[in-house]
Design a protein around this ligand. Sequence first.
Ligand SMILES: [Zn+2]
Ligand SMILES: [Zn+2]
Length: 276
Amino acid sequence: MRADLHVHSTASDGTDPPAEVMRRAARAGLDVVALTDHDTVAGHAEARAAAGPVTLLPGIELSCRLDGRSVHLLAYLFDPDQPKLAAELARIRDDRVLRARAMVDKLAGLGVDISWEQVASIAGQAVVGRPHIARAMAASGAIASPREAFTRDWIADGGRAYVDRYALDPARAIGLVREAGGVAVLAHPRAGRDTWMPAGQIGGLAAAGLAGLEVFHPDQSEAERARLLALAHDLGLLATGGSDDHGSLTDYRLGCETTPQDAYQTLISRASPPAS
Ligand SMILES: [Zn+2]
Ligand SMILES: [Zn+2]
């Protein structure tokens, strides 16, 4: 059984619509795909309708922050209408718009000729984010390609036109997910300098009710995977995996990493989704 538990669509910053993600999953020979768009479940209905032979595991990737560092939390099988969780999701979404507008204003002050309307139209139905601003910047000729926006000159973390965003405390987010019947997995804890998480902090989240650690991720080295596996074992956490596919942004890598079958089955058995 092949289960890719970390995938994005146009509902956030992926390049393929949810239905296309599910068709690609079938072609890639996957049995299970978790759609885990950033801070939104807007892609689930379309993905479910297009699932075909592939099982859709409904999910999300929540934007959190701990000690000034960005932390991503994957959550699965929760009830998105549970009032406390729904209120947080709305707050994160509203903040994304305020923040994107503030970055566009800062860019205008730096002489970049883009408007909020252009950014919003590039984002379309998606949750607006920096990739959409980057594409508007490239379209305006301010930079040669969207990738160039992610430097300290522009909208990289701490850059001249960067604006910080509202983010959840991860232990609180784990609590909200569990109250909504779901299970939480810490995404790519050792994928890079900006997101490298010490073992002590991971232990704290385990104590807060975390179910798993994303060990098998394209940006985690073999050495980090080995350390994370040992840590997962010590903390009683499941070791999961996923491609973190963003369509063309990540060279169509759906299915390049998967979750072992026993970890997947234990994970879903710990969820208590609503009876509907
Ligand atoms: Zn992430
Ligand atoms: Zn992701």
